[in-house]
Design a protein. Structure first.
Length: 539
């Protein structure tokens, strides 16, 4: 990637921009130079050094280039594993586009993604083959499959396929604007949309995070989000920094605690629901977690009581929160260690903030006409920058609705304080309008989380013949705790305006969640409207 001399002119040409698949090569070089001597990827008892990993990526990219044309989509349906991580880089290196598929989807949702993306090849872990069966029945000859892990009879296994594949020449990409990943949004408001992310989007998001985060030169990173989620972009930065990376197949509390103890983890990211589960686990004190130095959290709103409990348990750990989304290739807001300490010392309201804008993205709060709003006033969060995605795949209507004058409209309602910190008030689609009043569900949720009996809560609107919508709280109580609708209503009555109070309380053993730990409000609204909770008692 050094500077090149233009023949006959003596002038030096600008080197090509960094591309996603340059990262394993750079990481391997730095490891070999002693910059990151212990750099390796650890997964379920196996380890692979950065040099061997870069070679694996190169070999996979050659096999993919021989198997499918430039620009083809290559789908991946798998839990976390090293081959999946290699696909992050190898598929773009072959000039193709990676399409990771959420393993928690149903067969119909998987079929929609396959029909929409039209992949030329599918890498699938054997456990997820049943998800494909209905689609394959309708498309018997449509898609070659390579199985990660032990393959069933009649299907090629990954290792054998890779060993037998010819080593095709790799394309020279024309631009860092070429597509690299195609990630499908959760589809909680309808059919999933594909967000197309270019090399430039992903590299900018990675660099934005590395500039903003409070990370040291030597960290040992743990990754436990599902790799089909945009949270996987963090792995790009871990490799570039030369960190040893411990990859978990998926999150499980004792597995997490054991990994921290065994590998002396210093840094990881976590979802609020995951953190709450860790703090509530009865065996947390049986594990040594003293190596932890920094924890980043995001993906959904963090109840203030949970983060306070985490800061009390790990007083030496620097906490940071982020805000981002698939369409932004990662995060654009960050609230770091110093701000968290400030909140703990004398300004607790700061804990409700998502953060300050990160250096490589521009953020505004705008009204419905795209005009800037003053500090303290709620409006839609708009973002502009090189990490904003290319657009929705084959969906012109969604693109036209999502962009205005080059700014991406996130669909999140936020406000800014006089210090520049941004607070997410609600998702635009989650705002409840009752009797002509705007009610932000997150405000009511944050209040209910202050009640000691409440473990999880989602506040949604339900159609009402008089008021348009009524406020409904769906609650999971802490184990062993007792509370009823009257108790929680009395708690709210003392603290918020009457029009914001829930008019129904539904008590559930569990709330439905996405793979990233977000509570699925759209599913709860559907169940409410279908009358599935009609046996609960009103407040």
């Amino acid at each position: 990637m050094g500077l090149q001399t233009e023949r006959g002119t003596g002038l030096r040409r600008r080197p090509k921009a960094m591309l996603v698949h340059d990262i394993p090569t750079l990481a391997a070089h730095n490891a070999a130079q002693g910059v990151a001597p212990d750099a390796a990827i650890h997964f379920e008892g196996d380890s692979i050094g950065y040099a061997d990993f870069a070679h694996h990526c190169q070999r996979l990219s050659q096999a993919l280039a021989a198997a499918a044309p430039h620009g083809a989509r290559i789908a991946v349906l798998s839990a976390n594993r090293i081959e999946f991580l290699a696909a992050y880089f190898a598929i773009p290196a072959a000039g193709q586009v990676m399409v990771p598929i959420n393993t928690r989807l149903g067969p119909r949702e998987v079929a929609h993604i396959l029909d929409d993306a039209e992949p030329a090849l599918l890498l699938v872990e054997a456990a997820w083959l049943p998800l494909l069966a209905p689609w394959q029945a309708d498309h018997p000859d449509a898609l070659p499959i390579v199985v990660l892990g032990e393959p069933p009879a009649g299907l090629p296994g990954y290792d054998a396929w890779l060993a037998a594949a010819p080593a095709a020449a790799l394309p020279q990409l024309a631009s860092d604007d070429d597509p690299a990943w195609l990630l499908y949004t959760s589809g909680t408001t309808g059919r999933a949309k594909g967000a197309l992310l270019s090399h430039r989007n992903l590299v900018t998001a990675m660099l934005n995070t590395l500039v903003a985060f409070d990370l040291g030169r030597r960290e040992v990173a743990l990754f436990m989000f599902p790799m089909f989620h945009i949270a996987g972009y963090a792995l790009l930065g871990y490799l570039l920094r030369g960190y040893p990376v411990v990859l978990m197949r998926g999150f499980e509390v004792e597995g997490y605690l054991a990994a921290v103890q065994r590998h002396r983890i210093t840094h990881h990211a976590i979802a609020p629901t995951m953190l709450a589960m860790v703090l509530e686990h009865p065996r947390i004190d049986a594990y040594d977690t003293a190596s932890l130095r920094s924890i980043a959290y995001g993906a959904s709103a963090m109840p203030a009581e949970v983060i306070r409990a985490a800061m009390a348990r790990w007083p030496g750990v620097g906490f940071g929160t982020t805000f981002g989304m698939t369409e932004l290739a990662g995060n654009v807001l960050y609230l770091g260690r110093d701000e968290h300490q400030r909140a703990l010392d004398h300004e607790p309201s700061v804990l409700a903030a998502c953060g300050l804008p990160m250096p490589l993205a521009r953020v505004r709060i705008v009204d419905d006409d795209g005009r800037d709003l003053p500090d303290g006033q709620a409006g839609e969060l708009a973002v502009r920058g090189d990490q904003v995605f290319t657009g929705y795949w084959r969906n012109d209507a969604a693109n036209q609705a999502s962009f205005r004058d080059g700014w991406f409209l996130t669909g999140d309602i936020g406000r800014r304080d006089t210090q520049g910190r941004v607070y997410i008030v609600d998702r635009k689609k989650d705002m409840i309008i009752s009797g002509g009043e705007n009610i932000y569900s997150r405000e009511v949720e944050n209040l209910l989380y202050e009640h000691p009996a409440v473990a999880e809560v989602a506040v949604v609107g339900q159609r009402h013949p008089t008021w348009g919508e009524q406020v409904v709280a769906l609650v999971r109580l802490r184990e062993g705790a007792a509370a009823d609708a009257a108790t929680l209503d009395a708690f709210c009555k003392q603290r918020i305006g009457g029009y914001k109070r829930p008019r129904r309380y539904v008590f559930l053993a569990a709330l439905p969640k996405s793979a990233a730990g977000k509570i699925l409000k759209a599913e709860l609204r559907r169940q409410l409207q279908a009358g599935e909770f009609d046996k609960d008692s009103p407040a």
